[in-house]
Write a new protein. Sequence first.
Length: 675
Amino acid sequence: MRIIAAASLALALMTTASGAAYARPFTAKDLATQERISDPRVSPDGRFVVWNLRTTDWDGNKGVNALWRLDRTMAGAKPVVVSDDEKAPTAARWSADGKWLYFLSSKSGSRQVWRTAADGTGKAQVTSLPLDIGHFELSGDGRTLVVGVDVYPDCADLACTKTRDEAKAKEKASGQTFVDGALPRGWDSYQDDKFVGLFTVRLDTPGAPADAIPLTKGLKADIGDATVSRDGRTAWYAALPSGVSSGTGPVSSLYVVPTDGSAAPKALGAADKTSEGGLALSPDGTKLAYVSETGPVMIAQRSAIMVRDLKSGAVREVAPGWDIHNVSLAWAADGKRLLATAPSLGQTKLFSIDLASGKPSELVSGGTVSGFDSAAGVTVYMGESLTSPPQIQELTSGAPRVLVEAAKTQMAETPMAAAEQFSFSGWNGETTYGYVIKPSGWEAGKKYPVAFLIHGGPHSSFGNAWSYRWNPQVWAGMGYAVVMVDFHGSTGYGTGFAQSIVGHWGDRPLEDLQKGWAAALAKYDYLDGGRACALGGSYGGYMVAWIASQWKEPWKCLVNHAGLFDTRGFAYSADIPNFAEEQFGGLTWSDPAAAERFNPSTHVKDWKVPMLVIHGARDYRVPLDQGISAYTANQRVGVPTQYLHFPDENHWVLKPQNSVQWYGAVEAWMKKYTK
């Protein structure tokens, strides 16, 4: 097996004469080239587990995906590859009878659905559509696929979209026209006239079906969340209203549609003020669970877990009053419980929710659960933490055990620095949490420079989780201690805590950061407060630009990645304009003071601390001019500054070699001012 052989060779090269592996600091290249396990799926009988494995093609500067399978019931069984060298994740799904494993592959030249027998034999292409398939759902009887495909909504069939694409490719003129209701760009690309629509593919015909039945013809909204009934006759999905942009504030609703295309989709209820998604069909096919959020979509509304009886139409909330966010749902195999993940006090826990009582109980409480599946009394999940990348673990009747370890050899070579959670009294006297990570090779009695990391979002968390972008273990490997604070606005601490940031971007979170910094210095004597740099991305980058005038005293240097510099300009140029309107607490044009109240650009005259600015040219979430403006502002007022520009990156830095360059530039900047 190629991957195991490569890992074994690396281990052999990293041994001393005595045969013991020696340790070294964790580096940015270690992070960029690390194996990444995701999307574990357990077979209906509980025997097999499959997952997606992403490895790094360093010379190609990209990730490569593969599908792997393990027989968890066989002692000493080794993982085997099902499909490798895939451009995109494989999205493996089991048939209800456990005989077949379906997955996405581009082996035929386009991304289609393939399948293999449970034992890995008989691999064959299932669909042969003229366009790439983005996602798929399989009916319980195994006869129907519902697939998501990027199409022109006015096209009658897939061939129409393909023909129109081919004609457009031949055009010499490059101008695009956008009309009312359409924003020009989203995330990292300019929009076209296509949307992800749903199509039915019947599998009870011989050969690879080359045609599909349109289910959402005319819908001008993307569909990424769908499920299909056990008999394959009905599909449910969540979508925005047709013809409106996802960045202007509308909420998503649930729809039902027959899979034979005999009727148009029908809305389930009048959910004009609730945003619904995260669909999960019960094992017996009689109930639909989903997540509902009431109110504005950009200010971390509470997630309500709902269950709809598909026969009667009755809807009820399963755990009323449970104050959680960012919920992912699945059914337990017995159909009497729901499984859910949600952030909680710096962790992301796995819960079991009894449908009868509505009571949630913790199944996995430490670290972060980032993906899970359950069948035949076996629950598999991705477990990660600040000191470990995601690993596949399982819950049965006993204690959790690790099934599949990612980057095992690398982790043995580069022991992780210890992490510890701490708490303090933050804004409004409320308990606030943070983490401190020791530097690699920490020694008692020594002082170490500090990287003070500020998370983005702002509704997110620098909690007990692994990151493939901002990973504190890389700074620890550089010799820095790391301090991170989950300020007001962070998720996992209740709706009131998260929403307290609305209209208060620059005061309440700043107070938490200041108090958290003071608490960390008082508690951990190895932190050298006189040699510290503050770093942040997105909202964290905004806070760095705000700190530059409002709290510059502790910092020897600043790092601003993809940060907001001019809040009013951001409100009009971002790909999600309703975000600024909801977060700042007022409409920019009718209440300019709402956007200006905490605007870093109005305080440039007070900037003094050297600032490294980093931005990607394809960042349309926080557009490029925000970064260039921050760099220019530093230049104009005479503050030492550098600007690192990535022409091929978006809001994140994703390419492996770019990631290593990013960390290298940050390390050089920090060492210049903290040595």
